[in-house]
Design a protein around this ligand. Sequence first.
Ligand SMILES: N[C@@H](CCC[C@H](N)C(=O)O)C(=O)O
Length: 298
Amino acid sequence: MTSHATPNTPSLSPIAFLKGHGTENDFVIVPDPGNEIELPAPVVATLCDRRAGIGGDGLLHVVRSAAHPEARSLAGEAEWFMDYRNADGSIAEMCGNGVRVFAHYLRRAGLVGAGDLAVATRGGVKRAHIDKDGDITVAMGRARLPEDGVTVTVGGRSWPARNVNMGNPHAVAFVEDLSHAGGLFSAPPFTPASVYPDGVNIEFVVDRGPRHVAMRVHERGSGETRSCGTGACAVAVAAARRDGADPAVTGAPITYTVDLPGGRLVITEHPNGEIEMTGPAVIVAEGHIDPAWLEVSA
Ligand SMILES: N[C@@H](CCC[C@H](N)C(=O)O)C(=O)O
């Protein structure tokens, strides 16, 4: 097993990585088909550090499902497992922008054939379709809408926030102006804390037009990011319910355009509850991590 942490090992080999983003939600990508690279939280945080490391909102560890204990049972459905980590090294169930970038990487690297592809995640198997224009549509599954919401407070203003679970937890607050979210340098406080015992991603949303919203997000484990795919899905569902629209009732799909600081995502909810997210995925660089640097830094 390759371990950066083995002390005084002169023969540590460089670790291959790529850098990519989806609507500027950026990731360090670490291909590791056999699950041989140890990635404890301090190592992930060091790699994601924007000044001392490569920099990223998160890390996509690319592992064959059969080689990872958390994904082995999904290997028959999806050959590859997106072992996603937040920038602070914490583990999250899902990352919507990450799935698009992951799918783009797999296709670019020739690790999957033509046609739609499946990606195993901690939030289940997600199916991705690469459009002719390069955009990627991901079947994100269904939203859960627990009854218990929270109140989010920033700079003396408070808003009720809707609880939406996209595999990972979200609190969606409709605000008058996105600037009211403030600097988002730290996680906005919310009450009651018991609603999200494992933390939460908080979205601030304004209307831009009919079925068109804009949002900012503070992500659990990463801080303010320029986009969040699961967050955009949560926002679209919360906006639809606020607007009195439910595809399960009307029998017709509903589409929301969601503008984020880093770009645009299009979210469609179908009558069976299935949510599709469409947006771009980009690989910007590839290289090797210096194992000697990682060993002293992490
Ligand atoms: N940016 C992601 C979400 C990443 C996980 C999130 N920070 C969490 O802890 O749940 C996305 O595009 O969905």
